[in-house]
Write a protein that binds this ligand. Structure first.
Ligand SMILES: NC(=O)c1ccc[n+]([C@@H]2O[C@H](COP(=O)([O-])OP(=O)(O)OC[C@H]3O[C@@H](n4cnc5c(N)ncnc54)[C@H](O)[C@@H]3O)[C@@H](O)[C@H]2O)c1
Length: 443
């Protein structure tokens, strides 16, 4: 089948490469010409860090099944199914900013010459597909044509860091359709998956749109819940690691997303939680659990900062601190809404000097702080251990494997003082104490 991905970010590029891998012919379009130029080079430049993605892209470009363009007209005209994969960031009031989705819808209406299926893959509130339909219809009416088209909702559940695997081996595929023809084409598109016994749920369009928000909001709530339990463990003397095990082994609860820490970040949970709270508010419904989820999430990173500043008796002026982990989670270079950014800003504000490391997200953080008044007080270490000399404390923000497996003796010998603030609970508290560390963790 001939497909177009509009928007070549985490979702568009992964979706395009994975569909190509199953034999579909895919053209990926983006307005960011630098991104597209890089992807079209002989030595393909992948704009994001995502394990396994480069191999998939290379393989499918070489096989002639995957191509890139900045020309929307070309992408639309040569494709039967057009996926909208553009960003839907938060607005100031928490609502999803849908302007990029609508821009694409209008452009599709202006350029299509025959029946097309337009698929919303971006995360969008209930009613967006209906609005996309209206916008396309309006453009067609303006052109005086009576071409037919379908709008489908096919939300994406991949996780950054394991996006390829999530896409190729999904827990489920959700498709919201309005017509038998759209359902038939979506079934055919996902045949390689349904043949492989992965389930495809066909439902009403609004239900598909809501499913994505419901899933993300539930997972975010699970994280905030375990963080509250961890905070209570710290006050009562219970051991959060034991509680986590005891709770997570209950099949009705499950062990996933039950890790206490600095809270969730990234480009999805924060904005999707805010968007669902906003949607509820516009309907005069008070979604109390979700409002609390967001409040707890923000409070979690501030608790951690407070613990650090309290240890230094509110005097961080000139203190040298090492920071490990900048990405919002391991195996990605994404720093959107990462707790590390809040922590760095606050520590800089208090006069600290920071030596930071991350396996993949250093460039992004350097760019983020490029205009910050105190940017000169951040140094970027090329190896984890290079951040440690003279450090009066080590702060861990992201649970990368390289930090989990770090040689604890080496950490101790390199630092000025063996003090660790572990925002992700990656070490064993008893062992740390035994080795002479002053060790703070969540819980
Ligand atoms: N990142 C994730 O893990 C993830 C997972 C599931 C769902 N989603 C959802 O998918 C959507 C996309 O997320 P992302 O992380 O891939 O975003 P992203 O910011 O990485 O990429 C979006 C891309 O769209 C491009 N774009 C913007 N306007 C355009 C236009 N008019 N025409 C063509 N291209 C345009 C941008 O240049 C950018 O390259 C969001 O709604 C997000 O919530 C993201």
């Amino acid at each position: 089948m001939k497909l177009a991905m509009i928007g070549v970010g985490y979702v568009g590029l992964v979706t395009g490469a994975c569909f190509a891998q199953t034999g579909h012919e895919v053209i990926c379009m983006d307005i960011d010409s630098k991104k597209i130029e890089g992807l079209r080079k002989n030595e393909i430049e992948i704009p994001i860090y995502e394990p396994g993605l480069k191999d998939y892209v290379k393989l499918n470009v070489a096989a002639g099944r995957l191509s890139f363009t900045t020309d929307l007209n070309q992408a639309v005209s040569q494709s039967q199914v057009i996926f909208i994969c553009v960003g839907t960031p938060s607005r100031e009031d928490g609502s999803a900013d849908l302007r990029y989705v609508y821009e694409v819808a209008r452009s599709v209406g202006q350029t299509m010459q025959e029946y097309k299926i337009v698929v919303d893959k971006s995360t969008v509130p209930v009613g967006t597909a209906a609005r996309v339909r209206q916008l396309i219809a309006k453009e067609l009416a303006r052109r005086g044509t009576n071409l037919t088209f379908d709008v489908v909702s096919n939300p994406e559940f991949l996780r950054e860091g394991s996006a390829i695997d999530d896409f190729m081996r999904p827990d489920r595929i959700v498709v919201g359709v309005e017509s038998p023809e759209a359902e038939r084409i979506m079934q055919e598109l996902y045949k390689p998956w349904t043949d492989g016994k992965f389930e495809l749920f066909v439902m009403e369009v609004p239900s598909a749109e809501m499913t994505k928000y419901a899933a993300n909001s539930f997972l975010a709530t699970k994280i905030s819940f375990i963080n509250e339990i961890a905070n209570l463990c710290a006050l009562t003397g219970a051991n959060i690691k034991s509680v986590q095990k005891g709770m997570g082994s209950d099949k009705r609860i499950g062990p996933h997303f039950l890790y206490p820490g600095l809270g969730y970040g990234g480009s999805c949970f924060p904005k999707d939680v805010k968007a669902l709270v906003y949607i509820a508010q516009t309907l005069a419904y008070n979604f109390k659990i979700l409002e609390a989820t967001e409040i707890v999430n923000q409070a979690q990173r501030h608790r951690f900062i407070l613990e650090i500043t309290r240890y230094f008796q509110n005097n961080l002026e000139g203190k040298k601190l090492a920071l490990w982990g900048l990405a919002f989670k391991p195996e990605t270079d994404d720093i959107r809404e990462a707790p590390s950014l809040t922590i760095i800003e606050r520590l800089l504000e208090m006069g600290a000097e920071l030596s930071v490391h991350d396996p993949e997200a250093m460039k992004e953080v350097q760019f983020y702080f490029r205009k910050h008044a105190n940017r000169d007080r951040i140094t970027y270490a090329d190896l984890p251990e290079a951040a440690l000399p003279k450090a009066e404390a080590l702060i861990i923000n992201t649970e990368w494997e390289v930090y989990k497996n770090a040689e604890l003796n080496l950490i101790k010998s390199r630092m000025k003082n063996p003090v660790v603030f572990d925002g992700r609970n990656i070490y064993d508290p008893a062992k740390m104490r035994e080795m002479g560390f002053t060790y703070f963790f969540v819980g």
